[in-house]
Design a protein around this ligand. Sequence first.
Ligand SMILES: Cc1cc2nc3c(=O)[nH]c(=O)nc-3n(C[C@H](O)[C@H](O)[C@H](O)COP(=O)(O)OP(=O)(O)OC[C@H]3O[C@@H](n4cnc5c(N)ncnc54)[C@H](O)[C@@H]3O)c2cc1C
Length: 446
Amino acid sequence: MTDGAARAIELYGDHERMAEAWKHLTSRDPARFWTSGQWMTERTGGSDVGDSQTVARAVPGQPGLFTLHGDKWFTSATTAQMALTLARIEGAIEGSHGLSLFYLELRDESGRLQGIRVNRLKDKLGTRALPTAELTLDGTPARLVGGELHGVRKIASLFNITRIYNACTAISYMRRGLALARDYAGKRRAFGKLLAEHPLHLETLAALEIELEAAMQLTFRCVELLGKDETGEASAEESATLRMLTPLLKLYTARQSVAAASEILESFGGAGYVEDTGLPYLLRDAQVLAIWEGTTNVLSLDALRAIEKEQAFGPFLADIHARLAAVDRPELAASVKRVREAARKIEAYLPAAVSEGLAFVEAGARSFAYSLARTYAGALLCEHASWSLAHDHDARALVTAERWCAGDLAPLLEADEDHRTASRALALDEVLPAGKAAPERNRRSA
Ligand SMILES: Cc1cc2nc3c(=O)[nH]c(=O)nc-3n(C[C@H](O)[C@H](O)[C@H](O)COP(=O)(O)OP(=O)(O)OC[C@H]3O[C@@H](n4cnc5c(N)ncnc54)[C@H](O)[C@@H]3O)c2cc1C
C-alpha cells in the first residue's frame, strides 16, 4: 500500500504535504520512512465501494481542505502515518463517480489521532502481524487529491500496485512452502523409505513446482510491464496488456497459493496442522490473498471492464502470440500449438458470449479469466523454456511448459440460460423441475 500510495501521489498529488509524504514513503532511511493505509472498504462493501457513506465537508476559507465523517470497516496497517481514502463531498452525485480521493495524516504533531476513533481491531484468521481496524472518522482533516470526483479511478493507481504485490506474496508463500516440503521429503521416512523415494509423493511436489513456475512467470511478466509503464517506456499495447494482466495475475496466483498452501501442509502430514511447526500460518495467510484487493469474482469482472473500456483484449492476445513467436525450439512445438489453439478458442468465445447477453458473460467471467491467465502463463512458460534450453542445459523448464500446456488451458464456460437456471437451483438449494433440466451436455467449448 505504501508503494501504491507513492504512485498515486506521484500521479495526482497536488499539495506540498503530499510531496513531503512522497519523500517519506520512498525513503530508505528507517527514521524517515512512512507507511500508508488505503481506506476504501465500508460496511456497505469493499467490492461495491460506490455505496460508500463517508462524507467530506469543506473547511471554509481553506481550498482543498475537508473534514471526513463516517466509518471505515477494514483498514489495514493502522499503524501507518498516512492514508489515502475515499469520501463523498457533500452534495456530490451518488455512485462511485461521486467519490473523491483524499490524503490524510493519522496523527497530529503531538502524536494524537486526528478525529479518528479505533473501534476495534479485527480478530482475523491470518495476517496477524498486521493490525486491521474498524475506524470512525469524526472530523478527520483530509486534503483532496487530484480534484473532485472520480476518486475510484485515482485510487486504482494504488490498488493496481497492491494487486501485483499480492501476487509476489502469493508466490513467496508457495516457494517457501515448497522449499520446506522438499526438505521434509528428504528427512521423513514412511513405509521404510524417505518420502522423497515415494513416486506418488514426488508427483505431488512436482505439480506444486509447476504451479509455482507458472505463477512466477505471470508475476514477473507483470512486474516487467509495470516497470516499463512507470518509467514511461511502455508502448500503448504494453500498457493495455498490463491493465488486462493485473487483475488476472492477482486472482489467479491468489487461488494458486491457497491450493498450494493446503497441499504443502498436507505434505507434512499431521505436523503440517500443528502450530509448533510454524506451517499453519501459510494457509491462514494465503487465504486473504484471494479476498483483499478484490475477490476472484470481482477481479474477473474487472478483467472484462479492461476489455470493454480500455480495449485491452487485442493487445493481450497479440502479446501471447508475440511470446510464442520467440520460441524457436522444436521440442516446444506441440506446447506452442496448444497455446495457440487456446488463444484462438478464447478469441472466438468472447464475441459469441457477448452476443448471448450480459448474464452469459458474467456467469462465465471467472472461467474466462482463468482461461486468459492459464493461456498467457502457457505462452510465458514456452518462451522461458526456449530460452532455458539454449542457456541452462537443464530440461526442467521444457518439462514444466509441456506439462502446463498439456492441461486444459482454456476451461471456458458456456453459461446459457439452461445452465444458469440449473446453477441457480444448485446454488440456492431450490428444486429444479425435471422439464427445466436440459441434458447436461459438455458446456465447455470444444
Ligand atoms: C484482513 C483484511 C484486511 C483488509 N484490509 C483492508 C484495507 O486496508 N483497506 C480496505 O479498503 N479494505 C480492506 N479489506 C477489505 C477487503 O478489501 C474487502 O473485504 C474485499 O474487497 C471484499 O469486499 P467485501 O468484504 O465487501 O465482500 P463482498 O463484496 O460482500 O463479497 C462477498 C462475495 O460476493 C462476491 N461478489 C461481490 N460482488 C460480486 C459480483 N458483482 N459478481 C459476482 N460475485 C460478487 C465476492 O466475490 C465474494 O465472494 C481487508 C479485508 C481483510 C479480510
